[in-house]
Every structure is written in structure tokens, then in C-alpha cells.
Design a protein around this ligand. Sequence first.
Ligand code: ADP
Length: 572
Amino acid sequence: ADLKNPPKVVDGNTLVAMCLSRGGVDRMFGVVGIPVTSLANRAVALGVRFIAFHNEQSAGYAASAYGYLTRRPGVLLTVSGPGCVHGLAGLSNAAANGWPMVMISGSSDQSFTGRGDFQELDQIAAVKPFSKFSAKATDITEIPTSVFSVIDWAVAGRPGGTYLDIPSDVLHQTVDESQAQKLITEALNSRNKDLIENPRINYSEIQKSVELLRTAQRPLIVFGKGAAYAKAENELTQLVESTGIPFLPTPMGKGLLPDTHELAATAARSLAIGKCDVALVVGARLNWLLHFGEPPKWSKDVKFILVDISKEEIELRKPFLGIVGDAKDVIGLLHKEIKDDPFCLGKTHPWVEAIRNKTKDNVAKMEVQLAKDVVPFNFMTPMRIIRDAILGVGGPAPILVSEGANTMDVGRAVLVQTEPRTRLDAGTWGTMGIGLGYCIAAAVASPDRLVVAVEGDSGFGFSAMEVETLVRYQLPVVVIVFNNGGVYGGDRRNPEEITGPYKADPAPTSFVPGAAYHLLLEAFGGKGYLAATPDELKSALAESFSAKKPSVINVTIDPYAGAESGRMQHKN
Ligand code: ADP
């Protein structure tokens, strides 16, 4: 050996960081501690931006949303045991939404397994229900293959969460730098290419679908966050505009075509899904959000054409026609096939007219409610003011983050999406507490955009300490809290019905009335606003939107406004 030039050694921490960087990871979210602090530092040294959170739950939500917004897996780093358990929130959220995410956790020393080591847990077993693939690097030489596999599996087919387990002893093992490079090259060369490629599209299904759409009396195009993830906006716009078929986005599909488009059926949703005879559903599952595609919301005779990257999804729903493939590719092919023999419903087509009229009626009714300045605030008045402020932002549209029961329901109807992937909400799983994590992910993924959260006080409270993270990284995020003093709005009980030894306790639904959430941010040097009137809200929005600095606007809402469980009352 050359004693003057000893080989540089690379430990497990460094090797993981090198592999992440080679695998295209440039952002990480997480909480450091034993045994992963050095891994985070090594990653930073290699050019990865590490966003350090207070809690893995929030960091995990951020990683999942980052994956959705960028099409590259969001990476969550956690410590062992409890850190991994907290991270399951993010991993499960990624699974439910179909978003690519990699959770990496350190784990306890393998030589003590089963004897109660510090933070010992069978993490591979713990993540099983929530991950589509997991790997444990039991030796430093296994790190490169494990890292590239979790990255590739996260984005393969229907995206989702994957998990990488690295025991602390492996993080401390070492190899020579040259061996590290060799291991990385070998692992890169043996990457499974089939995982990364989109499925080949069956052209006869494309032709059949075009025939069905062409002969339909009342066709509808529905698209969801799978189409948004596929970046299918241009293809969908061409298809809608060339055929004149009305469209309906799911909540996170909003913005692929602007909500203000003349063929948007959002405000005529019941009519559109209740009466359509052929529905082309693109990157959206026929789950609870779309009423399972069944009566009474849908006609029993509706013919579904499902477009989905997942063959299993199509097999599950048994549609009239199914096309397995990437939404952007499939819609592009549909459009191409139609172009040879074009058809267009036109403005005077009875179906298009019926949807347009219903839309006009419903919008006009809502505008009457919105036009009123109700003080103390209901949900409508501040939402209108926020809508107008968001529409007034020049440049790229802000990314909207929304959660809460009434706040999210009213926001979905009132707030306007004009660009794709600008809405993040509670999603498939109805996850509350995602707000601040999603805000941070959105700001990190799209540094040129303002991020605006509109959320209930309950949703905000899940991870309110992450406002410090906003300030620390100086992210352009304005969090608007609809403060009605509790979950659904404080204590609504009939005093006569409350009995038992703890009847003097506050209601399970209530928080401290008049909580000064805006002051939380000021503790860290951010800007807080209290807004109880239209003028106060307008001026807070104007100032915070133009400052593009972390801010919280605490909006005082009448605690009696809004319904319990919002629009989900039947399930409570
Ligand atoms: P939404 O909540 O908007 O209704 P879902 O999450 O229920 O949307 O459905 C999204 C669907 O999109 C999933 O079934 C998923 O398999 C599918 N999907 C994901 N990526 C793609 C893609 N690139 N092309 C087509 N479909 C996709």
C-alpha cells in the first residue's frame, strides 16, 4: 500500500449521500438525530438542500407533496424507532395519494437485535402496509443497489412510498473511495430499466375509445391528480378544445385546464356526472371522491373509459374500456386519432348548452352569497377576498394549500385554479395536518411561486411549530388560518346534554377561543396579522403577498358559521 497517499475512506453515511446525489435527489426533508445526523450533513456537502423540520410527520407530508409536484421522489430522512413511526404518516399519505416518496430511516445496531437496543424496532415490518417496496442495507456494500432501487420503485407504475433501512453499524462501516465509486457504477448499470419505462399503449383501445366518444350523446372528460402528475395539461386542453366535450376536474385536477374555461363543468358537477353517457376518466380513481362511479350520483348506464398507469386499477373498476398508460401519452394519442376525422360538439349542442346554463345559474347563486360582506366573518366573505387577492398576484399563479372541513369545502368551490398542480389539499385520504408540510414542499419545489395556505385552525394546529421552519428558510408562504375556535367551530353542545364528572371541561371540539395564532410566527421573527373585518383582511393580504415572506393571517370566523364535518356529515 502507498503509505504517503492512503486511500480515502468513505463511511456508510457518505456513501448513502453520494448515491442519493447520483440518483438525482437534490432535496431532502427530515429530522436529524442518532444515527443519521452525519448522513444529512454529508448530503448537504454534496449539494442536496436539507429542510430540517420539527416533526417527521410534517416532513413526511412535505416529502410526499414534493414527489407529486416534481415527479421525482420526495425524500424523508428519519432517526430510528420513534422517528420511523412518526414518518409513517408521510409514507402512508404518499401511498394513499399515489405520490412518489422515499423514506430513509436509520435503525439500531444489528449486533444487538432483539435485546432492546436504543430505539430498536423491526422497521421493515412497520413500513410494510405503507410501502410498495422496501430494502435494508445489512452491509455497506449493499447501499448503492438499495438506494437506487427505492428511488426507482417510488416512481414506477403508480407512484408511491418506498422505504430504505440503514442500521447504525452499516452507517459507520467504511470502504475505500475507489471501491465506493465501483459499487455505485455497478449498481447504476444494473438498474431495472423496465421499472422506469411507461407501459406500451394498446392502440386498438385508443380507436375504440375515440369511436365511443364520437358517438356519445353526453360525453364528459374527468381528470384527476394522476393526469396532473403526468403533466397532461397540453394534451387535455387540445382534446377538450378540439372536441368541445365538457370537463370536470377532481379537487387536485383543478387547474389542468383553468376553472374559468367555458367548458368547465365544475359548477354543474351533479348534472355532469348524473347525466353523462360516456365518461373518459383520466388519472382519477373511481373511489369515494367520484362516488365509486355508481348510482345514484352516476347514471347506471354510463360507459367509463378509464385511463390509468396502473393495470390493477383498471382491473379493479372493470370499466367499459380501459387504457393502461401514461396520461400524457394516451391523451396525445386520442387527440391524434381524432384529428384524422375530427368532430366537435359546438356551443349549441344540447348537452354543452345544458351544462353551460347550469354552470351560469350556480355561479350566479354563489356570487350573490359571496358579494355580501358578512361580519363577524362567515366562510364565504373572507374566501371571496382571498380569491380576489390570489387572482391579483402577477406572474406564475400561487400554489394553494387547503385543509379543514368547512374551510376546504368552501375554498374548493370559491378559490380559482388557473394553472396545473397549484392545488394541494387533504387528498384521497382526507389527511388533516398536511398544511405546513405541503407549504414547505411547494415553496421548495417552486421557488418562483408564492404559496398560500387556506386552512382551518384545527388543521393548522397539527404542525403549527413548523412556522419556525418557514421563518428559518425564509420561504414565501402566507398561511391564512380560519379561526373559529375549534374543530368545526368550538362548543356547540346543548348544555343539558352534558353530564358526568368532567362536564366542566371544554368540548372535545373546542380550542381556546380567540387564540392569537398570528403571534406564534412573531415569536420567530415572522409577520403575523389579525383580521376580523374585510378591510383588515384585504390589507393583510396585500402586504403579505407583496412581501413574499413567511406570514400568518389569523382570520376571526364566527364560531357558529359552518357545519359539523363540513360536507361529510353523513359519515360522522
Ligand atoms: P384524484 O384524487 O384526483 O381523483 P386519484 O389519486 O384517485 O386522483 O387517482 C390518480 C390515478 O392516476 C391513480 O389511479 C394512478 O394510478 C393514476 N396515475 C398516476 N400516474 C399516472 C400517469 N402518469 N398516467 C396515468 N395515470 C396515472
